[in-house]
Design a protein around this ligand. Structure first.
Ligand SMILES: C[S@@+](CC[C@H](N)C(=O)[O-])C[C@H]1O[C@@H](n2cnc3c(N)ncnc32)[C@H](O)[C@@H]1O
Length: 273
C-alpha cells in the first residue's frame, strides 16, 4: 500500500478517534482492536510478568519486602494485587484519571488469591491513590509503570515527583509503548507538526514523546537512566522515514524508531536496593 493511501486511512481513523472519549468504553474497544492499548485492567499478572522479565536477575527476590508505587494502573488494581501476592510489603496504585471498575477489580483480586494469602490480606496491602503528592519524601523503594509514560502530558513534572518519593537505593522500571496507538501504523504520527497533531489528530492523550524525552526528564530530575530495551520496527519505520516532519528531524534514529522502550532509573552511584 502506498504511503499516500495509508495516510488517507490514517487521517480518517484519527479524525474519527477524536470524536470518541479518551477512555474508549470496553464494548467499543473490541470493535477497534487497532486502537486498544490497555492490558493491565484484565491481566495484572501479565503486567507484573513483564516487569519481572525486564528486571531479569537485577534484583533477586523482587518485590519481596518492598514498598512499590505503580503509576497509571488503569481501571483495576490487578497488577498491584499480584505484586502483593509476590511479597511486596505495601503497594500503591497511582491512577489520577480512571475510576476503579469495581467488578473487574474484584475479579482480578479473586484471580490473584494464592494458597496461604487470602483476598483480604492482599487488598489490605494495596492502596489506590490519585496523586503522588500525598506520599512522603523517600517513602517508596520501587516505582513501576507499563504503557503510561507515553501518555503523560508533563513528563518532567512527573519525573521530579517520582524522584522526590524514591528512597535512596530505590529503582524505577518504566515500560513504554512509543508506537502511534493506531497500532497498524506505528510511526505515522511523526509526519505532522505539533500544531496540526494537537489541533486535528491527537486523540487527547498521545503527546508523541520519544525515548530521549523520557531519558532527559529523569536525568534532569537528578536520576540515572539505563535503557534496557530500545526496540524498533524497522520495516514500518523505513516506510515513513523520508516523511518525518521537520520538527522531529534533529532526533537520532534510535529516538525516532524506538517502538518499545524499557527504562531502568536509579539514583546515580548507588547499587540497586
Ligand atoms: C494505556 S493505560 C495503561 C494502564 C495500565 N498500566 C496497563 O498496563 O494496562 C495509561 C494509563 O496512564 C494513566 N496516566 C496518564 N497520565 C498519567 C500521569 N500523569 N500520572 C499517572 N498516570 C497517568 C492513564 O490514566 C491510564 O490509566
Amino acid at each position: 500500500m502506498s504511503l499516500f493511501f495509508s495516510n488517507c486511512i490514517y487521517v480518517a481513523a484519527r479524525l474519527a478517534r477524536r470524536c470518541l472519549p479518551t477512555t474508549v468504553p470496553s464494548g467499543l474497544r473490541r470493535l477497534l482492536p487497532f486502537l486498544d492499548g490497555n492490558f493491565g485492567a484484565s491481566n495484572g499478572a501479565g503486567v507484573v510478568g513483564l516487569y519481572s522479565h525486564h528486571l531479569g536477575g537485577r534484583r533477586p527476590g523482587w518485590p519481596g519486602g518492598l514498598t512499590v508505587l505503580e503509576v497509571g494502573v488503569g481501571a483495576t488494581n490487578g497488577s498491584c494485587y499480584e505484586l502483593a501476592a509476590l511479597g511486596a510489603r505495601r503497594v500503591l496504585a497511582l491512577e489520577p484519571y480512571v475510576a476503579l471498575a469495581v467488578e473487574r477489580d474484584a475479579a482480578q483480586l479473586r484471580a490473584t488469591v494464592r494458597a496461604g494469602v487470602g483476598a483480604e490480606q492482599l487488598a489490605e496491602r494495596v492502596g489506590r491513590i490519585g496523586e503522588a503528592a500525598s506520599l512522603e519524601t523517600g517513602s517508596v523503594d520501587c516505582v513501576l509503570s507499563n504503557s503510561v509514560l507515553e501518555h503523560v502530558a508533563e513528563p518532567e513534572r512527573l519525573a521530579r515527583e517520582l524522584a522526590r518519593v524514591l528512597a535512596p537505593g530505590g529503582f524505577m522500571l518504566h515500560v513504554v509503548d512509543y508506537r502511534d496507538h493506531f497500532f497498524r501504523y506505528p510511526y505515522h504520527f511523526l509526519q505532522w507538526s505539533r500544531a496540526t497533531w494537537n489541533r486535528w489528530l491527537n486523540p487527547g492523550d498521545l503527546p508523541r514523546w520519544r525515548l530521549g524525552d523520557h531519558r532527559a526528564a529523569f536525568e534532569r530530575a537528578g536520576l540515572r537512566v539505563e535503557i534496557l530495551v530500545a526496540q524498533p520496527i524497522p520495516d514500518a519505520f523505513a516506510r515513513i522515514r523520508q516523511s518525518v516532519h521537520a520538527e522531529f528531524r534533529h532526533r537520532s534514529e534510535e529516538d525516532l524508531a524506538t517502538a518499545y522502550g524499557v527504562l531502568l532509573v536509579t539514583w546515580p552511584e548507588e547499587p540497586l536496593k
